[in-house]
Design a protein around this ligand. Structure first.
Ligand SMILES: [Zn+2]
Length: 246
């Protein structure tokens, strides 16, 4: 998602990142508004915010994709704190969430995240960007290929392109549908935050696709569903245990 530069105060180490307000993300198909026309702005704000906080809590405590990513972040020296690193906010358009590299904060769009499954996917997607930000020096704003790589990984590993999501999008039936979905979503995510042509975004994604699509860290595999994610989490914990015993 894209945010105006003045919406968020710059982070402490962020001089060069002043114009780098948002690395962001997932653009979902427009959803039907479920607004309650009779409610005032404040009451709907609090309701959405409370719902967002509760769903976030449940995601952090129960979702296997997220639990693995939180462990991996901690293991890489970037422990995630719910109050410090997540922010439930109203967002423009139909954006669901974003990763703010300047503050290392994940923004959750409380007005657009509609249910627990959606929250699970958004948090997973954004945590993959946070993981990439933690493990490598990512030039989010100076090299579009870095952004493209993280978007490919997020689309590939977060469940954004899992079969059930694809069926709902009526794209089912293509043999290479997972790769196609990952590529398309990565391109859409780049276009949501960068003022570049579709051709430039496609070229960036194609240049990095093979290596980034095959980079499954920290999952070790493509977690097509929660069962795979649970196995991946178990393997990660064992891997951690193994290395810590050396
Ligand atoms: Zn993204």
């Amino acid at each position: 998602m894209a945010r105006a530069a003045d919406e968020r105060p710059p982070g402490p180490a962020a001089e060069e990142q002043l114009q780098q307000q948002h690395v962001a993300c997932q653009v979902l198909p427009e959803r039907l508004a479920e607004g309650k026309p009779g409610q005032g702005f404040l009451s709907s704000f609090f309701t959405n915010n409370q719902k967002c906080q509760l769903m976030l809590l449940k995601t952090l405590e129960t979702n296997p994709y997220v639990k693995l990513l939180l462990d991996a972040m901690k293991h890489s020296g970037c422990a995630v704190n719910r109050e410090r690193h997540f922010s439930c906010e109203d967002c423009n358009g139909n954006v669901s969430g974003g990763f703010d590299a300047s503050t290392s904060q994940i923004v959750l769009c409380q007005n657009n995240i509609r249910n627990q499954a959606h929250m699970n996917r958004v948090v997973t997607h954004e945590l993959i960007h946070a993981f990439d930000h933690c493990r490598a020096h990512v030039n989010w704003f100076t090299d579009v290929r870095h952004l493209a790589c993280s978007e490919v990984r997020a689309a590939n590993l977060s469940g954004d392109c899992s079969l059930i999501n694809e069926i709902f999008r009526l794209h089912f039936g293509l043999k290479q549908h997972h790769q196609t979905c990952v590529r398309d979503r990565a391109i859409l995510s780049i276009l949501a935050v960068r003022n570049i042509s579709k051709e430039v975004a496609q070229k960036a994604v194609d240049e990095v696709f093979e290596s980034c699509f095959n980079d499954h860290e920290p999952f070790g595999r493509i977690p097509h569903n929660k069962t795979y994610a649970r196995y991946a989490h178990r393997d990660f914990q064992n891997r951690d245990r193994y290395y810590s015993n050396i």
